[in-house]
Design a binder for this molecule. Structure first.
Ligand SMILES: Cc1cc2nc3c(=O)[nH]c(=O)nc-3n(C[C@H](O)[C@H](O)[C@H](O)COP(=O)(O)OP(=O)(O)OC[C@H]3O[C@@H](n4cnc5c(N)ncnc54)[C@H](O)[C@@H]3O)c2cc1C
Length: 475
């Protein structure tokens, strides 16, 4: 019998779910994707900058995970995946810009000496002093900041771990939970590593024989390439500009209330995948799965702004010790030499990092990011002022003062969920509750990782769970 499934949310998780539903349920099934915005992609957004497709949401993916690469292969766009040039990542901390040291797990050093360039002598002494402490008994979960500050000192957190975590979660190390955000370190401690540096050593990936595999990938013409292919292959009915307002169980199926509050439409389906951010999922689950909704209410979000700049051809992006710099993370509290605080928390020197990324006239492209969890003041500035401040930060950091040929400012309100202490348990509770309701599945960045591969994985898993429910309804 033909089935009708609704996917709510047209970000990468929803599109991956829709695509997998089509593959698993076949051509007969009706898959309807309902998206509140007037475009698909969610946090993936490719714009034109200096005549070139340029990502102003997510710009890359972790290529050590298989999901995006496998999907690209399946969709016939694997040849469009590119990898960064061997440019050097840097961090501005303690008033200086240094190369980001290797041999760390999310900034946690495997030995004190490896972070000597970034930490002060006192900071290095604090890392070494941990050896005199009793071994760690991790327990349920703890914030990254609380654990590391107590064991290896503030500088490791402030100058390395938080800038790196900030790049992924825009988060505050004192609130992010260790088990969800640095799981390899937590596992090594669970396995009895005892000390932070010992755990970091155990958690470092073992080098594989042969040429090193690239850590990151991206699409030559931006994420748009992946989204377009996903949409065609999913062969779904897309309903744009229609928020789903309510989700109601109706006998064996579901009724979705969609569109404007005064004149809602109804969509009746056999099953639903919810691939929306935590606040929207909380609202929609309140009726059918209140316990899951209550848990999702605990997930907080960070907002941010991405500023894209196209600089005149020939503009020299920074180098570090003769190697082009791929970007710079900026530690919280860093200031210009004149005392002005930095507004940006990071820059990606895109044309250094990705050799193919130049404007159509050879313009040099880069991105500045603004916004950390709990720091919302800068986000209230208008676009012009944000642009001015990001350019001032760039000038301070790199000496580049060239007038941009073109610029773009994109705001991401509630862009990234924060994985707090106990996040893994929270997600396990949500998923257990949802799994108890046939014909319902959830996906997206609130669950098992904010990165694009993790979101694809949750979308595909949700589709598989729905297929199982529809094919074996007695389950
Ligand atoms: C600025 C930024 C940079 C990032 N950089 C990277 C990176 O380089 N690499 C990486 O791997 N990850 C990165 N990420 C993270 C990653 O992009 C996201 O976590 C991921 O794309 C989220 O996908 P999603 O489908 O779960 O959610 P979303 O993309 O948020 O999609 C959810 C969709 O649901 C829709 N929606 C919400 N409520 C409703 C409703 N009631 N009815 C209908 N539709 C609704 C929304 O409009 C949205 O389109 C970045 C994120 C941001 C914000």
């Amino acid at each position: 019998m033909a089935r009708r499934v609704a996917v709510v949310g047209g970000g990468v998780a929803g599109l991956a779910a829709a695509h997998r539903l089509r593959r698993e349920l076949g051509a007969e099934a009706e898959v309807v994707l309902v998206e509140q915005a007037c475009r698909l992609g969610g946090k993936l957004r490719t714009v034109e900058l200096a005549g070139r497709p340029f990502d102003l949401g997510a710009e890359a993916f972790l290529a050590r995970r298989p999901e995006v690469l496998d999907l690209a292969e399946e969709l016939g766009v694997r040849s469009e995946v590119v990898h960064p040039a061997g440019a050097a990542a840097t961090v501005r901390a303690g008033g200086r810009t240094q190369r980001l040291p290797g041999g760390t797990v999310m900034g946690v050093p495997a030995e004190a000496g490896s972070v000597a360039g970034v930490l002060s002598d006192a900071g290095i002494a604090a890392v070494r002093a941990e050896a005199e402490m009793p071994p760690i008994e991790l327990g349920a979960d703890i914030s990254v900041g609380d654990l590391l500050r107590a064991r290896v000192g503030d500088e490791v957190v402030d100058r390395l771990v938080e800038p790196l975590l900030g790049g992924v979660y825009a988060g505050d190390a004192n609130r992010l939970g260790l088990r969800a955000t640095v799981p390899a370190l937590a596992k090594a401690l669970d396995d009895g590593a005892g000390w932070i540096t010992t755990a970091a050593r155990a958690a470092l990936p073992t080098p594989k024989p042969g040429a090193p595999q690239p850590v990151f990938g991206a699409f030559r013409n931006g994420y748009r390439e992946l989204l377009d292919r996903l949409l065609v292959a999913a062969d779904v009915e897309v309903r744009l500009g229609l928020p789903v307002r309510a989700l109601v169980r109706t006998g064996e199926g579901w009724r979705l209330e969609i569109g404007s509050a005064p004149a809602p439409e109804h969509l009746d389906v056999d099953a639903v995948v919810l691939a929306v951010p935590a606040p929207a999922a909380r609202k929609l689950l309140q009726g059918p799965v209140p316990a899951a909704a209550a848990k999702l209410a605990e997930v907080e979000l960070a907002s941010m702004v991405v500023v894209g700049l196209a600089l005149p051809p020939g503009t020299q992006l920074p180098e570090h010790d003769g190697t082009p710099a791929s970007g710079a993370l900026i530690a919280r509290g860093e200031r210009h030499s004149g005392g002005t605080p930095f507004t940006a928390k990071a820059f990606t020197f895109s044309s250094n990092k990705w050799p193919h990324l130049r404007g159509s006239g050879g313009e040099v492209l880069l991105r500045g990011s603004v916004g950390r969890f709990g720091e919302t003041e800068d986000l209230r500035l208008d676009d012009e002022e944000l642009l001015r401040r990001v350019r001032a930060d760039l000038a301070e950091l790199t000496g580049i003062t060239a007038e941009p040929v073109e610029s773009a400012v994109l705001r991401w309100g509630g862009g990234l969920p924060q994985y707090g202490v106990g996040h893994l348990d929270l997600v396990a509770d949500v998923e257990r509750e949802v799994a108890g309701v046939p014909g319902l599945a959830i996906a997206g960045a609130a669950l098992h990782g904010v990165g694009v591969p993790a979101c694809v994985a949750t979308g595909e898993a949700a589709a598989t769970s729905i297929t199982r429910d529809l094919v074996q309804p007695e389950r």
